[in-house]
Design a protein around this ligand. Structure first.
Ligand SMILES: Nc1ncnc2c1ncn2[C@@H]1O[C@H](COP(=O)(O)OP(=O)(O)OP(=O)(O)O)[C@@H](O)[C@H]1O
Length: 226
């Protein structure tokens, strides 16, 4: 469980998160949606402790950051480290074994190659593999499906289902509605610095229809496409 109490975050005079309180339970997958710039990554960075903020963020296993796997939108790797070395480094940081990396290489990554030379999708898969091998309790996956091939997207969806079954707490951001539909128990809409709407799985279709209506409206006619 991750508990957020009165979280606020500003960059100068720009308030991005405004007094947010919410609780994310174990064994559940939460989709965090919002327009570009709504503050999803800022929220994740605050939870991960890499962005200072006002308010309290706690977890049933403390300290939260020692049990959190954070897949960032664009994972960064040092230039002279191979995929295998990266996995070993992250596993050692959590005192977890890294010897079976080759066997666990379900994305078939070239682990002997420098990670910095991987493609965008390969980097994402390596970073995901590392946080899975760490056996974390909490997962934040910031756009996990973006830039990843179809086969891996299917695999990532199955991984999220398994993590839920294992009782992990999972937060996902995505701009692709179908991926949230397939993975989430709840969708929370971040808007103007607060969670303006919480939608349970049973109402996902309704939410999609509503969002389509608001997003598309009469804009196609307005464009007068020829
Ligand atoms: N380090 C920073 N300094 C100043 N402003 C920032 C900084 N990081 C984020 N912001 C601003 O905070 C707001 C929220 O950004 P954030 O990246 O959290 O949005 P997001 O919802 O993840 O967007 P996207 O869907 O495009 O990834 C934006 O207006 C952004 O410009």
């Amino acid at each position: 469980m991750i508990s957020i109490d009165s979280l606020s975050k500003s960059f100068g005079s720009h308030q991005v998160l405004n007094n947010i309180s919410i609780c994310f339970q174990k064994g559940r997958v939460y989709g965090i949606v919002g327009e570009n710039g709504a503050g999803k990554t800022t929220l994740f960075n605050c939870i991960a402790g890499i962005e200072d903020h006002q308010g309290r963020i706690t977890a049933d296993r403390a300290p939260l950051k020692n049990h959190l796997g954070f897949l960032q939108t664009e994972p960064y790797f040092f230039s002279k480290i191979t995929g295998e070395e990266y996995l070993r480094l992250l596993c050692h940081a959590r005192h977890k074994p890294a010897e079976r990396a080759a066997q666990k290489n379900i994305f078939e990554l070239p682990l002997k190659q420098y990670a910095a030379t991987y493609s965008t999708g390969m980097k994402k898969k390596l970073a995901l593999m590392a946080i899975l091998m760490q056996e974390n309790d909490y997962f934040i996956l910031d756009e996990p499906f973006n830039g990843v091939d179809i086969q891996s997207n299917l695999l990532i969806t199955a991984i999220i289902h398994k993590l839920r079954e294992l009782g992990k707490t999972i937060l996902i951001s995505s701009h692709i509605f179908s991926t949230l539909h397939e993975t989430c128990d709840e969708i929370h809409l971040l808007q103007n610095g607060v969670f303006s709407k919480a939608v349970a799985r049973a109402d996902f279709d309704l939410l999609e229809r509503e969002m389509k209506q608001v997003s598309i409206g009469n804009k196609i006619e307005q464009m007068e496409l020829k």
